[in-house]
Design a protein around this ligand. Structure first.
Ligand code: GLU
Length: 503
């Protein structure tokens, strides 16, 4: 069965199967820009019946952060992005790897990189470099002083290979550099940016193997994308300057190039690059604030892509059908928080109430609100149509749980009315509420109280405003009948009584 699947996997209708990847470095939380790269790579694979792979690029040991792999995978799971191949996590949050092209953690692939580095050295496309840190610093300082482009000066490029090998064997410290072609132009056909050209002479000889035996990003990414059968490399535009170096490596190794797509930067409304200094940037931040994955995915998908037309609401599976690189834009995409709130509010308002309760539970718990004894559906409904985030929803209904509501008594007084008037209205209303018979509910209250207000010759606002404030202690909240329905008769009456005392 697996074999059949594997064959189907590689060739379908004589077409090469599309395989994309997301290749984060485990240096912290998943940035929203990373989520967009992952999402586009995932959507493109799904649209084309292909495979989405997750690889962890952990060759920079100094920047490795404990728990980062788990964070990245759990952020992808949260967004609904399923990993077909590579690094994944099981239900017990244990990281594991799946697929035939592994390992998928670069730190476990050192032998593989070494093999290709040796090949490049032996065929004359790479060389051992023995330059000391001090020498490199001197070269750089000289270049800076003379306003020359900075970069390696090629000092070891033409060393005799057998001599160099002897020095390596004798234990002399060294790194390996690739020989960038010194002339000509590297041209990339980018799926987002079209034709992009690079002057080779402006690119210095890149390090491909470090002194610690780890490959650099350039070497590892090329080897892995090739060995793992990646057909489309989709990543942020910050990697565009690296691409000619990668192309040179593909050429040296005689490998077919993948297609490249470099996604434009995400900026904030001030057109600055999205960074931690300016607020939330990690998927985790948004999750903790109570953004729904549905909203986040829909919003992120539109950061740089638009299917055309007016439609803005798409579920993940609808995006899987619609996504198209022809409609990915080149200009930087603005991360507009208001738009994200608009999406989130929409998805919260349209969520099944039982499901909404489930999603709010951890937020109630985090605020120390013990919800077990309450009718939670009624409570979340108070704010379901109004809240921008789950956190806001929970904040805005937390008054329900208060043992002793604290608020400014002036708030109870409606517009041009007076304290005395508010007190009178609340006193009369509480007597009426006490006399009410039948099952206490929002419906019953509406049915009985509105005609009573009319009979008394009062204005609705004169009674309902003070009542609403008495019950919620808030300037803005849902209506008094809804709140009273949630609180029950006893609590409703005691809150009104307290308001009367405050006046
Ligand atoms: N490891 C790189 C990163 O952290 C991957 C860049 C790429 O996709 O090639 O984003």
């Amino acid at each position: 069965m697996n074999e059949v699947r594997e064959i189907l996997h590689c060739v379908q209708n004589d077409r090469i199967m599309i395989k994309t990847r997301f290749a984060p470095s485990p240096t912290g939380f998943l940035h929203v820009g990373g989520l967009r790269s992952a999402l586009y790579a995932y959507l493109f694979a799904k649209k084309n019946g292909g495979t989405f792979l997750l690889r962890i690029e952990d060759t920079d040991r100094e920047r490795f952060v404990e728990g980062a792999v788990e964070n990245m995978v759990s952020a992808l799971h949260w967004a609904g992005i399923a990993i077909d191949e590579g690094v994944d996590m099981d239900e017990g949050d244990k990281v594991f790897q799946k697929g035939d092209n592994g390992p998928y953690m670069q730190s476990e692939r050192l032998e593989i990189y070494k093999k290709y580095v040796d090949q490049l050295v032996d065929q004359g496309d790479a060389y051992y470099c023995f330059c000391s840190k001090e020498r490199l610093t001197e070269v750089r300082e000289y270049q800076q002083l003379n306003k020359l482009p900075t970069g390696y000066d090629g000092h070891c490029r033409d060393l005799d290979l057998s001599e160099a090998k002897k020095r390596v064997e004798a234990g002399e410290g060294c790194i390996v550099r690739m020989k960038m072609p010194k002339e000509g132009v590297t041209t990339i056909e980018d799926m987002v940016r079209g034709k992009v050209e690079f002057q080779n002479k402006l690119i210095d000889d890149q390090v491909i193997l470090k002194a610690d035996g780890f490959p650099t990003y350039h070497m590892a990414v090329v080897v892995d994308d090739h060995e793992m059968g990646i057909t489309h490399v989709i990543r942020g535009e910050e990697w565009l300057p690296s691409t000619p170096k990668h192309v040179a490596l593909y050429n040296m190794l005689g490998w077919e190039l993948p297609q490249f797509a470099h996604l434009s930067m995400l900026v904030n409304e001030q057109k600055q690059k999205l960074s931690k200094r300016h607020g939330d940037v990690s998927v985790e931040d948004f999750k903790e604030k109570g953004y729904l994955p549905e909203a986040m995915v829909n919003f992120i998908a539109f950061l740089g892509w638009n299917p055309g037309g007016d439609r803005e609401l798409f579920t993940l599976s609808e995006l899987e059908k619609e996504f198209d690189f022809a409609k990915v834009h080149k200009p930087a995409a603005v991360f507009n928080r208001e738009k994200l709130d608009w999406y989130n509010k929409h998805y919260i308002a349209n969520l099944d109430t039982t499901e909404l309760v489930e999603r709010c539970k951890s937020f109630f718990t985090n605020q120390g609100l013990e919800y077990e004894a309450w009718n939670m559906e009624q409570i979340v409904k108070l704010e379901q149509g109004r809240a921008n985030t789950l956190l806001e929803l929970v904040d805005n209904v937390s008054f329900v749980f208060a043992e002793n509501l604290e608020y400014d008594p002036e708030l109870i007084v409606w517009k041009k009315s007076t304290r005395e008037d508010a007190k009178e209205k609340l006193t009369l209303l509480s007597e009426f509420l006490e006399s009410l018979e039948g099952e206490w509910s929002t419906g019953l209250l509406e049915e009985k109280v509105l005609p009573w207000i009319k009979d008394q010759g009062f204005g609705n606002g004169d009674v309902l405003w003070p009542t609403r404030v008495a019950l919620s202690g808030q300037k803005n909240s849902s209506g008094p009948f809804e709140i009273a329905g949630v609180l029950g008769q006893e609590k409703t009456l005691s809150r009104i009584k307290k308001a009367i005392e405050l006046l």
